[in-house]
Design a protein around this ligand. Sequence first.
Ligand code: SF4
Ligand code: SF4
Ligand code: SF4
Length: 182
Amino acid sequence: MGSGGMIVMDEDNCMVEIARFYLEFTCDESCGKCTPCREGTYRLREILDKIVEGRATLEDLDKLESLAHYIKDNSLCGLGQTAPNPVLSTLEHFRDEYLAHIVDKKCPAHVCQKLLQYVVTDKCIGCGKCISVCPQDAISATGDVANERTGKRRSVINQELCIKCGACLEACPPKIGAIVRI
Ligand code: SF4
Ligand code: SF4
Ligand code: SF4
């Protein structure tokens, strides 16, 4: 993006979210003189919003691609002509990430908040630390018995209540590491 700059990213960057980030910039910068750029970039961003929130279908992916080409070919100036580049480029090189969001409802980079899930594994010893930090009361000690001697049970996360804040993962003792983000 831009000129003379390079950004290095790794597997912890979500390419769909990156495309959405740049679209936000071009939406703000569009002067509004021509329709493809003025309206089209907003429509692109709406579709990207749906994808990162797990609400998109494969039909939306087709719409995203054809609209991106249309904006590129029909905008009046360089801003509109290059605005879809992050979308087209990520679609070309990271289409599997788009498909993971749309088909599997997963963000491979664990960036898109609405697609994350926090899960308690069998490593849980039933210490209860996660329960005490959860702001939603989404965790209960209702899993299998973790310790026959004490009778403590493993934690279970109610996914309906979870707001994906990550506090439980941080609270779980590192040497146990019973909570995973998937
Ligand atoms: S392509 Fe250029 S002229 Fe058209 S709305 Fe965008 S910034 Fe304005
Ligand atoms: S991620 Fe936050 S809201 Fe969800 S279970 Fe953990 S502490 Fe509770
Ligand atoms: S903090 Fe970790 S070990 Fe303790 S109850 Fe929660 S998940 Fe289990």
